[in-house]
Design a protein around this ligand. Structure first.
Ligand code: ZN
Length: 147
């Protein structure tokens, strides 16, 4: 008997594409920026707070925010190595790294580390963003070690 969370043995269907974000009013510029190869963050026009993810107002003071390009540089705050995932978009990537990356500008985001041996990933490792379009209106930021 096969558990419902596992594919049947011999499931050789092709992988599905990576799930794409569905942009909303606030997040559309962020996803479009990633699609076009730019990681954007928001800075507050009143207090200078830098934030991700995109919101209508500053989280610190409710002031107006401006979208600005980030450097794409960051460091690994934490990570885990995924060794089991039967979902078709992900199963062919095993093992892969899910990480929290602290951007040089301050915000922390969840991402995948790519082009890296999962066994070599370390907290504090310097990483750099690269971009992958996942729909006509959205991209994602993946990170690779700075060599
Ligand atoms: Zn503010």
């Amino acid at each position: 008997m096969t558990r419902s969370d596992q594919p049947p043995l011999g499931d050789d269907r092709p992988p599905k594409p990576r799930p794409a974000p569905v942009p909303d009013h606030d997040s559309a510029p962020y996803w479009q920026g990633l699609h076009d190869g730019t990681l954007l963050v928001q800075t507050c026009e009143d207090c200078g707070h830098v934030q991700l993810y995109f919101r209508d107002r500053c989280l610190a003071c409710r002031g107006p925010v401006t979208n600005v390009p980030a450097s794409g540089r960051g460091t690994v705050y934490s990570f885990t190595v995924i060794r089991q995932n039967y979902s078709r978009p992900f199963r062919d990537w095993i093992p892969y790294v899910v990480a929290l990356v602290d951007l040089e500008e301050g915000p922390r985001l969840m991402t995948n580390l790519v082009d890296v041996d999962p066994e070599s990933v370390q907290v504090g490792m310097a990483v750099q963003a690269r971009f992958e379009a996942v729909s006509d209106e959205a991209g994602i930021a993946l990170f690779t070690p700075v060599r």
